[in-house]
Ligand binder design. Structure first.
Ligand code: ZN
Ligand code: ZN
Length: 349
């Protein structure tokens, strides 16, 4: 019996390799191999794990090339299921790594900040969001314990090149344009292959969408965590604006980083916009009485009851609640209660 192939040929010099993400419900990252006249280039690399690396290497062999032949790596965003193997790829091949500057800044911060600073920042943020003592205690213990251990994914590769929004990338023989799509991360990019669809499907080329637009799941939109920047950003507002941009682009086919390729991008964009509008309206109902971001997260609908949500996922949930609160405040549909500490928010009647 032969092992099921992890490679899909999308035509027109584009293939994908399903690179597994260990112990993760997402299952795998779709790493794309794009042929150019200067040699193959990857879009994302996959999780840094020996089994993932082996799958990537075997997939490249099946594509008729090899890790050592790669000439470049384009990263849609800094998350470890996309950027994890970049350092290993560069080491094996000498390929350059390109990323949007805003995500490169996240990579630099992650490498430079000692874990204790990160714990202190998280503890302060969660306290301000109204998190209870028992939730803060482990972070404070970690902050004060000075554990020198590096956390997994905290030593990501520094990119060699910047991906500049609106520019055609320097890929001989291809027309690939960078589209800045902040929201899921501050420097998330989609990559628009401005070439006729190989099966002549109607629409404008093909779009490598990273985590920005996926066929069956909604990407996490939280806050952009930056200990060095107190700017009040609006990641959900950024996300919704970038989504509308992708809808207007109307690519013939979307090549996402998870799940599977799909057509009719405008319809999927519409669904995602409607989903967030419904969610914002639902939250306004919860904000009839003032709530902290933590309390709002407790009341929001998740994929399981709050009591069953594990520790790390609660942090992500609170970040998502705060991103929605910021949007509602920006829209003038909710406001902070003056003098509340920790700050509570209430719907504007
Ligand atoms: Zn991601
Ligand atoms: Zn992802």
């Amino acid at each position: 019996m032969t092992e099921a192939t992890q490679v899909t040929d999308h035509g027109g010099g584009v293939r994908s390799i399903r690179v597994p993400i260990p112990d993760n419900p997402l299952g795998h990252t779709l790493v794309y191999v794009l042929d150019t006249d200067a040699g193959p280039v990857l879009v994302d690399t996959g999780w840094d794990d020996p089994a993932s690396w082996d799958t990537l290497a075997a997939g490249l062999t099946e594509c008729g090339t090899s890790v050592t032949d790669l000439t470049g790596v384009l990263i849609t965003h800094h998350h470890p299921d996309h950027h994890g193997l970049s350092a290993k790829v560069r080491e094996a091949s000498g390929a350059w790594i390109a990323m949007h500057e805003a995500d490169a800044a996240v990579v630099r911060r992650t490498r430079e900040n000692p874990p204790a600073r990160w714990y202190a920042y998280m503890a302060a943020k969660l306290a301000a969001a109204g998190a209870p003592e028992e939730h803060l205690a482990p972070l404070i213990a970690a902050r004060d314990g000075g554990r020198p251990r590096r956390l997994p994914g905290l030593d990501p590769a520094l990119p060699d090149r910047a991906i500049t929004p609106g520019d055609l990338l320097d890929l001989p023989g291809r027309r690939l344009r960078a589209i800045w799509t902040p929201g899921h991360t501050p420097g998330h990019v989609c990559l628009h292959l401005e070439e006729e669809h190989p099966a002549r499907l109607p629409g404008n080329g093909r779009l490598f969408s990273g985590d920005h637009v996926l066929p069956g799941i909604t990407p996490h939109i939280g806050l952009y965590e930056d200990p060095d920047d107190a700017t009040v950003t609006d990641p959900l507002g950024d996300y919704l604006a970038s989504l509308e941009g992708v809808g207007r682009l109307a690519p013939a086919e979307v090549l996402p980083a998870h799940q599977h390729a799909f057509t009719d991008a405008p319809a999927r964009v519409r669904e995602l916009l409607d989903h967030h509008e419904e969610r914002l309206t639902g939250l306004l109902g919860l904000l009839a009485a003032p709530l902290t971001p933590w309390q709002l997260a407790e009341h929001m609908e998740w994929n399981r009851p709050w009591a069953e949500i594990p520790y790390g996922s609660r942090n992500i949930a609170v970040s998502e609640a705060e991103a929605h609160l910021r949007r509602l405040v920006k829209l003038g549909r909710a406001e902070a209660v003056p003098g509340s500490d920790p700050v509570t928010y209430v719907a504007v009647p």
